[in-house]
Each structure stands twice: as C-alpha cells, then as structure tokens.
Design a protein around this ligand. Structure first.
Ligand code: ZN
Ligand code: ZN
Length: 139
C-alpha cells in the first residue's frame, strides 16, 4: 500500500490539489484495485483513512474535477469511478445488469464505434456492453 500512497501523493501534487489523508487513501485504493469502484466500494476499501462517506464523496468529486479519475455510468444502480490513465483513457465498459459491477474492456478493436449524424461534432463517446458478470452468471 505504501507504494500506491506515494504514487497518489505525487499525482495530487501534479494536479495541484491539496494533499489530504483522505485523498491519498482514496487514490491509493484506486491505484491498487485498478478496476472501476463505486463510492461504497471505495469508502469500504479506504476504511477509516478515507474519512466519512461525505468526505469520500467530496474527494471523488474533487479528483474527478481535476481529471485524475472519471465517472462511468453504472447499471442505473450505481455509478463507478476509475483512474484516468494517460494519455487517453478511452475504452468500452461492460456492465452487469444483475449486480451493477462494471469492468473495463481494454481491447475494443472489435467494437465498432458509432458515427455521429451529419453536422454533429463529437465531444465524447461511451460504449457500454451489458450482460452478466462471471459471478452472477454462475448463479
Ligand atoms: Zn454481476
Ligand atoms: Zn474503464
């Protein structure tokens, strides 16, 4: 965990954010887990170090504003947050319709991206694959 906390500290400084214990532990958990986390997951994994839920929520917001993490819309149940890896972190996500788990699809060359209608300027695009995660599929 030490290594991730050091990395988190550096990322906060580079983003010119105030370095607080709560932010360090939140970022460190996201670096360690390396998959999208809901606010509840992040809060649980941080434990007391992350502060109370209101603090975790505010810190997620601050980190999102700073561009260190981004929100991925979940299965209508919960949104999740993931690290923004440099330079561009654009990929599809698979969302479980049963439990709301979100996983990154790192290789999406097989997914065709939709074309915007004529006259539209695309500012962002999200591709979501819906289905059952391995755990729910086994049930
Ligand atoms: Zn599931
Ligand atoms: Zn992702």
């Amino acid at each position: 965990m030490q290594r991730f906390e050091e990395q988190a500290r550096t990322m906060l400084k580079q983003a010119r954010l105030r370095v607080t214990g709560g932010r360090i532990s939140l970022l460190a958990v996201m670096l360690r887990e390396s998959h999208p986390l809901s606010m509840d997951d992040a809060s649980d994994l941080c434990g007391w170090k992350g502060g109370d839920r209101a603090t975790v929520f505010r810190n997620l917001h601050a980190l999102t504003e700073a561009g260190l993490i981004r929100m991925v819309r979940g299965a209508g149940k919960r949104d999740v947050y993931e690290l923004v890896k440099q330079p561009a972190h654009r990929h599809a996500h698979a969302v479980c319709t049963a439990c709301g788990a979100v996983a990154c699809v790192e290789n999406e060359s097989s997914l065709s991206s939709a074309q915007a209608p004529r006259g539209w300027r695309v500012t962002s695009q999200e591709v979501t694959v819906w289905g059952l995660c391995p755990a729910c599929d086994r049930r």
